[in-house]
Ligand binder design. Structure first.
Ligand code: SF4
Ligand code: SF4
Length: 443
């Protein structure tokens, strides 16, 4: 059951351009105010590692009072927040417009932004956030990079662990040989003129992961949308900046937003809908960017024209109907990823797969534990594995033929944790739900 506020949560613009935002005394006072409310509430005890760290910190202190804690003790709580937004979106009754005005994730973001401004972002965090640069290099030298980053590589992975803090056991995404946007001409099928939605136009935002690391969802999306009459193009103007957001680099995120909004603005003028392949990136376009640049009309306009992939297919189905989907009797376990939930659009993957006659989709709403780059770090990987286990347990209850998730990081993470437990019996792939629809269509 969904908890949270009785009214729809609203969010304030992020005041990252105000001096006050970086005032450490004011941050400290706000952390104490919010932590004290959370201490009395505790609804979020099992959402992530941030809240258990906070509650243990208070419970194990001498007076069990937030006001008596030292400010330095807050660091592990802030570090453990992956900015998944779950506490804000689905649990907290005190979010605005409530008078307590509590936005836990954006408070953690503010603390990170101050830390970033002080020059405290680590080398590995900075390098991992350069996803476009990494993607270009990774695809250019995919053979060598994929060899070097493979788990079990006894030469490179211990070194990466020592220098960059990346756990040697963690799966790291492989790189494709050619970015998806460079293959676009060959990869985009012509729109089906017989389909009810013929005439619609979609610019698919490839996103870093969909462009450089795993092109299966993008290729499936192109086929499904074209079969449904949508004229597609695939674009990747720039990273959405989510990894920079995790680092608290709000200026960097704003630059990404300005660039992408300008390029997509021209396509919106020409009648294109913007469809993001990755939920985290859709969340940035739709919600975070407008709060970071509230006075930028191009950013606001992009938000109004942006869709999550599953949401877009469901919208096509509601609008004029989908091209007939052949029967495919199969049970599909859907992991409802945090950034899909945080878009506040309901379980769109579930809705999408209900259009397959004979399919039995079921859903599990719980964090996979990966949390952007958080789950690959040495300090966090074992916790990320622990967090994935109940998700898998619940997914398996329905005895699914396929397990899917809209999050491209949660997918390989869940697969890795299943491999740890089940070896060869683990599924070959935990991909995007659009791949199941593409399969039903016979692609
Ligand atoms: S945003 Fe997510 S990770 Fe951060 S505190 Fe809330 S639930 Fe935990
Ligand atoms: S974020 Fe809200 S719901 Fe969660 S523990 Fe704090 S006060 Fe309670």
């Amino acid at each position: 059951m969904q908890e949270g506020s009785l009214e729809a949560p609203t969010r304030h613009p992020i005041a990252w351009q105000d001096e006050d935002f970086y005032d450490e005394e004011k941050l400290d006072a706000e952390l104490r105010r919010v932590f004290d409310i959370c201490h009395g509430c505790r609804r979020c005890f099992n959402l992530c590692d941030s809240f258990p760290r906070l509650f243990d910190l208070i419970d194990e202190s001498e007076t069990e009072m937030v006001e008596d804690l030292a400010s330095e003790e807050f660091a592990p709580v802030i570090e453990a927040c992956t900015l998944c937004d779950m506490c804000f979106m689905v649990k907290c009754p005190y979010v605005p417009p409530h008078e307590f005005d509590l936005d836990f994730p954006h408070l953690m973001l503010r603390a990170r932004a101050i830390d970033h401004k002080k020059g405290n972002t680590g080398l590995a965090d900075k390098q991992l956030a350069k996803t476009d640069r990494n993607g270009k290099l990774g695809t250019m030298m995919s053979e060598v990079v994929n060899w070097a980053t493979k788990e079990g590589n006894g030469i490179t992975r211990p070194l990466m662990e020592k220098v960059g803090g990346i756990d040697r056991k963690a799966f790291l995404p492989e790189y494709e040989e050619t970015p998806l946007v460079n293959k676009a001409g060959a990869a985009i099928p012509a729109p089906n003129r017989e389909a009810p939605n013929f005439g619609r136009k979609a610019a698919i935002y490839a996103t870093c992961y969909g462009n450089f690391n795993d092109q299966t969802p993008g290729e499936a999306a192109l086929k499904v949308l074209a079969h449904n009459g949508v004229s597609c193009r695939i674009e990747h103007p720039h990273c959405c900046g989510m990894p920079l957001l995790e680092n608290g680099d709000l200026e960097g995120v704003a630059k990404s937003a300005e660039k992408v909004a300008e390029e997509f603005g021209e396509l919106i003028d020409r009648g294109y809908d913007i469809v993001a392949l990755t939920p985290s990136c859709a969340l940035m376009l739709k919600f975070e960017w407008p709060l970071i640049l509230p006075d930028n009309p191009a950013v606001q306009r992009l938000a109004e024209h942006s869709y999550d992939l599953s949401q877009y297919v469901v919208m096509l189905a509601k609008d004029k109907g989908l091209a007939p989907v052949p029967e495919m009797a199969s049970k599909v376990g859907i992991h409802f990823a945090c950034h899909s939930r945080a878009q506040n659009i309901g379980p769109q993957a579930m809705e999408m797969l209900k259009h397959i006659p004979g399919a039995e989709p079921s859903i599990v709403e719980r964090c996979s534990g990966h949390g952007g780059k958080w789950g690959i770090m040495k300090d966090n990987f074992d916790i990320a594995v622990k967090m994935a286990r109940p998700v898998i347990r619940n997914l398996k209850k329905a005895d699914p033929d396929y397990i899917v998730t809209e999050c491209p990081l949660a997918g390989p993470h869940l697969k890795q944790v299943m491999e740890m437990a089940d070896g060869d019996a683990a599924p070959d792939r935990v991909g995007h739900p659009i791949e199941i629809l593409a399969k039903a269509y016979g692609f």
